[in-house]
Write a protein that binds this ligand. Structure first.
Ligand code: EPS
Length: 382
């Protein structure tokens, strides 16, 4: 299962096309819409989210609630487009005075202008905007729907915003329901209050904040991915997918970077065998991944997001016309979008896992896949 997206932030709509979709996936559009709504939420979001009310329209590939086995095309409208029809016109001559010439440090603006030969950062920023991630969340909803047939579920929570970290959250046991009802997606209420304060302070200072989120997937079979081929290693695919989310600067699994400082005896997870449950690890410091494969334990992915580069107290830049010092352009933006990024992280993880299931268990027909997964589970647990 693969996806591609199209669409500009203030264009007419965002599109996702998901290919290699098995036939027979039960798709509940309300669940896709619920994830789109979750992506819009979060303390620290900007004015755009008050304009949008993201909903998915299925353009192809689903009939009477089931995938057909054909590509699934999804559309999410940009309500704000109506306010941008002149700036985003498809044809006609561009008025010179709408050009963006003061690239923001940290955004795609300058390198994008240099790469494409454009004289207008808007040509770049419209696509580089994290608005695009709404299409990913819609595509991820199809992947989550497939995974649900195998009993796999995906959730997330926010662990840190700026320098405020929720201490001692165990990814295995964390209350992700509490995260769902928190406006910073943090299950620790005390930390959540401090996170809100930090966001308020950043907003007052014209600044922005990043943070850390965790995505978990439970119910996985062992052996997804590959120990034998570099490009099919599940950890490599997951890292690439999560790193592809705008502003993500680091990805860890399980103990992650912490493992580098510890002796092997405190890093690796002892194995046991239970007559009723088969092979198990006594701990999950590996975050569900060993040798480039899932090992049957909960997948724990942690990602670091940098602060959003659009600052209301802008950093110094250079005007691309005059080469004179200038203030970076100020776009309406978010102060903090870590809770939203966590939802996008779920979608990216779901898409990689759905693909791994299709590779291992055949990607044509969901009921064939379910039978193959059941037979495999029987085999590997004995
Ligand atoms: C976003 C929509 C954008 C930004 C934000 C994310 O809307 P607008 O530009 O109209 O305010 O709020 O984009 C960025 C953080 C960025 O760096 O471009 C969204 O829907 O997620």
């Amino acid at each position: 299962m693969r996806y591609t997206t199209a669409g500009e932030s203030h264009g007419r709509a965002l599109l996702a096309i998901v290919t290699a979709v098995p036939a027979g996936i039960s798709v509940d559009i309300a669940l896709l819409d619920a994830d789109l709504a979750r992506r819009q939420r979060g303390y620290g979001r900007g004015g755009r989210q008050a304009i949008e009310s993201d909903r998915v329209t299925v353009l192809s590939g689903v009939r009477f609630g089931r995938t057909l086995g054909s590509p699934v095309a999804l559309s999410v409208s940009n309500r704000d487009w109506e306010n941008w029809t002149q700036v985003m016109a498809v044809s006609g001559d561009k008025p010179l005075d709408i050009r963006e010439t003061q690239p923001r440090p940290g955004h795609a603006d300058l390198a994008g202008i240099q790469k494409t030969g454009s004289d207008d950062a808007r040509d770049i920023l419209e696509r580089a905007s994290a608005r695009e991630t709404a299409a990913r969340v819609a595509a991820g909803g199809v992947a989550k729907s497939l995974l649900a047939h195998f009993g796999v579920s995906i959730s997330s929570y926010v662990e840190a915003i700026g320098s405020v970290a929720a201490a001692g959250l165990d990814p295995e046991t964390v209350d992700t329901q509490a995260a769902l009802s928190s406006d910073v997606s943090c299950p620790d209420e005390e930390a959540a209050a401090l996170m809100r304060n930090a966001i308020d302070a950043a907003r007052l200072a014209g600044d922005s904040l990043g943070g850390v989120f965790v995505v978990r997937a439970s119910g996985l079979v062992p052996g997804l991915g590959s120990y034998a081929e570099a490009a099919r290693r599940l950890d490599a695919e997951l890292a690439a997918a999560v790193m592809s989310i705008p502003a993500i600067k680091g990805v860890e699994f399980g103990l992650g970077f912490e493992a580098a400082a510890l002796p092997g005896s405190q890093v690796h997870d002892p194995i046991e065998y239970q007559a009723d449950g088969g092979f198990r690890r006594l701990s999950n410091r590996a975050g569900g991944l060993e040798g480039g494969m899932s090992n049957g334990e909960m997948l724990v992915v942690r990602a670091a997001m940098k602060p959003i580069p659009t600052l209301m107290q802008p950093l110094a830049t250079v005007d691309i016309d005059t080469h004179q010092r200038a203030d970076a352009s100020r776009e309406r933006s978010d102060v903090c979008a870590v809770p939203a990024a966590a939802v996008v992280g779920e979608a990216e993880v779901a898409l990689v896992l759905a693909n791994a299931y299709a590779e291992k268990f055949g990607g044509d027909c969901v009921s064939d896949m379910v039978s193959a997964v059941d037979a495999y589970r029987d085999r590997v647990s004995s």
